[in-house]
Design a protein around this ligand. Sequence first.
Ligand code: NAD
Length: 450
Amino acid sequence: MSKSITIIGAGPGGYETAAAAAEKGFDVTLITDGPLGGTCLNEGCIPTKCLCRNAEVLEDFAHSEEYGITASYSFDFKKAVERKEAVISQLRSGIEFLLKKVRIIEGKASFKDSHTVLVGEEEIESDYIIIATGSVSALLPIPGNDLEGVITSKELLSIDVIPRKLCIIGAGVIGLEFASIFNSFGSEVTVLEYCPNVLPRFDIDLAKRLKQSLSKKGISIITSAKVESIEHSPGGLEVKYQFKDNRFSILSDKVLMAVGRRPNLKSLNFDEIGIETTPKGVVVNNYMQTSVPNIYAIGDITGGMMLAHVATFQGRRVLNHLTAGCPSEGPVDKIQLDLVPAAVFTSPEVATIGKTEEECKAEGVAFKIRKSFYRANGKALSMNSPDGYCKIIEEEKSGRILGCHIIGSHASDLIQEVTALISMDGNIYDLSSIIHAHPTLSEIVLNAAD
Ligand code: NAD
């Protein structure tokens, strides 16, 4: 008889693992208390990317005269929202099709014991359980964080009127993507960031360049700013912050809280069955097993890099562990869960893989930097996208590629080539030996190696 798996949570971690497990012959039950696709599809990556595309088209219109095109245009935000909903619904149908061999139960799950999950009156027994219940937006613990108009990315994605003034707290990935989108939509955007740089965990050089580009577009980004409170005032929401020992405030129609996400530790009764957690998330080993060995956890609930593709590959690790007979040591696949590309869909885009310059310095690694610029690339100029660069960090003595950081058009696509090379322990000479098609943006990566 086939082994059974119950998966709790239907985001990219949960539903992709469910579909793959069913294909492998497991008897799979997927439990979800929200729509299929989770945060990524319904209130994260996908809707944001739809709005990013709107922003891109608007930017093209704004620069149309540079192409010899005189256009009069208007922007119907309602239509943009409808397009986003249509994309989500098309993708959701695709997921339903993928899950045709999976039993889906709608409702809130809780553990009865280490092999039994309850949903209402129903008891679901299985050999293995995979927890994929994701994360929730964090809120700054300051007075006024619950006022009307103080929202998270989830609510900002479902507004129907573009705010005239938008204040964003946090210049991380979410903060900057929305700053970029709503700047293109015509909002007056101010971003307040606690750290001295935007995108604190990214290569500093790259982060500074992004700040410069976004500032040039009219986004006001104030770093080293400590937000203290939010109040209602006659002019709107007043966000009060401290900057260099002085107190300032700004007025806005909406305030977006984008100060991180935290694992959804309230999603299940972990303690009752002895699953170890810390405030950072559910504790797992290299096979994604929790402290209860037949129960696995994947994705944002485990803390770490809260990215859809991380959840997906952690799910693949679980299935590889199960099909390998659950060994307690040794590799079960070639997936490198510590080598994760990341992209920020601002305009210009940013993408990163491997070590930053600061990490290399901290580890005492002797390294060299190679850079090439979009402005010297034929395709980039023909696309009217001269802004950006590709920076490759190589180990000085071997030429081994340690990291790559790209800012500019399609950075998120370009990073994948370097990701493949790093994952195969490639070096700069391998990269410069690969023929790249001309004229393409990929030559920017090649030129950095040359
Ligand atoms: P984040 O951790 O990327 O950024 C949060 C930012 O808020 C940081 O810059 C932090 O310094 C700042 N901050 C914290 N406290 C503050 C304060 N008191 N005042 C001002 N600033 C403060 O988190 P996020 O942007 O909310 O994103 C959450 C998660 O979702 C991340 O893990 C992110 O990677 C993921 N995500 C990824 C993508 C993508 O891959 N394109 C898109 C959206 C979200």
